[in-house]
Design a protein around this ligand. Structure first.
Ligand code: PGA
Length: 250
């Protein structure tokens, strides 16, 4: 049995004081959640969020990191900094990072290895663009992205990684993959893990769906057998909406 994990990806939203207020509002609404609840926040908000989430069931993370331990990488954050600040999670390879900040499957892999080595749980994002789906490339593409991202990890390490399947055409567009589309592609991702690390490991990996997931569609997605949670953008910015996604089965 995989425990569902619902994670908010706040992207570049909320100042530290707004972030604190959002977590304070969220805490009572998700206190009895039956799944893992996580917020991945801007790095500058992290201290305020960590403090506000103290003693609650809300896990905390950031949205990006560098793979090097330290050095002349202006503007970047290392895994050790993120870990020592108290984060448990780090989103890696979000399609916006791939699209706007030139991240590649290779850099995603380096970041995943550094995150795991530091004791962070990476939420690794994979997913196809609209034209790739239309051309029939979805399955080989997500297989390749997944296998490259995990290269160099042991099976035991892979078990703890969270993968987020995020079709790029569904992110922030209001378009959602159908429940069946999302389930099918997540099944392909699980097979990609199984092909390298074995079925037993693949059955333990939690794979989320992300892309316009919100209160009105969370239940249908979450009822799919392969879908183990969600990575929530827009709907994670309001405590009530995010709490409704967390309580998808209420
Ligand atoms: P969205 O974003 O829920 O706003 O579509 C999801 C994501 O990009 O992680």
């Amino acid at each position: 049995m995989r425990k569902p994990i619902i994670a908010g990806n706040w992207k570049m939203n909320k100042t530290p004081s707004e972030a604190k207020a959002l977590v304070e509002a969220l805490k009572p609404l998700v206190a009895d959640a039956g799944c893992d609840v996580v917020v991945c926040v801007p790095a500058l908000d992290f201290a305020a969020v960590k403090e506000a989430a103290e003693g609650s069931n809300i896990g905390v993370g950031v949205q990006n990191m560098h793979w090097k331990e330290s050095g002349a990488y202006t503007g970047e954050l290392s895994a050790a900094m993120i870990k020592e600040a108290g984060a448990q999670y780090v989103i890696i390879g979000h399609s916006e990072r791939r699209q706007y900040f030139a991240e590649t499957d290779e850099t995603v892999n380096k970041k995943v290895l550094a995150a795991v080595a530091a004791g962070l749980i990476p939420i690794v994002c994979v997913g196809e663009k609209k034209e790739e789906r239309e051309a029939g490339y979805t399955n080989p593409l997500v297989t390749y992205q997944t296998q490259i991202a995990l290269t160099g990890l042991t099976a035991a390490q892979v078990e703890n990684v969270v993968i987020a399947y995020e079709p790029v055409w569904a992110i922030g567009t209001g378009l959602t993959a159908t429940d069946e589309q999302a389930n099918e592609t997540i099944g392909v991702i699980r097979e990609a893990v199984a092909a390298v690390y074995g079925k037993e490991t693949a059955e333990k990996v939690r794979i989320q769906y992300g892309g316009s997931m919100k209160p009105s569609n969370a239940k249908g997605l979450m009822e799919q057998p392969e879908i183990d949670g969600g990575l929530i953008g827009g709907a994670s910015l309001k405590a009530e909406d995010f709490a409704k996604v967390v309580h998808f089965d209420a």
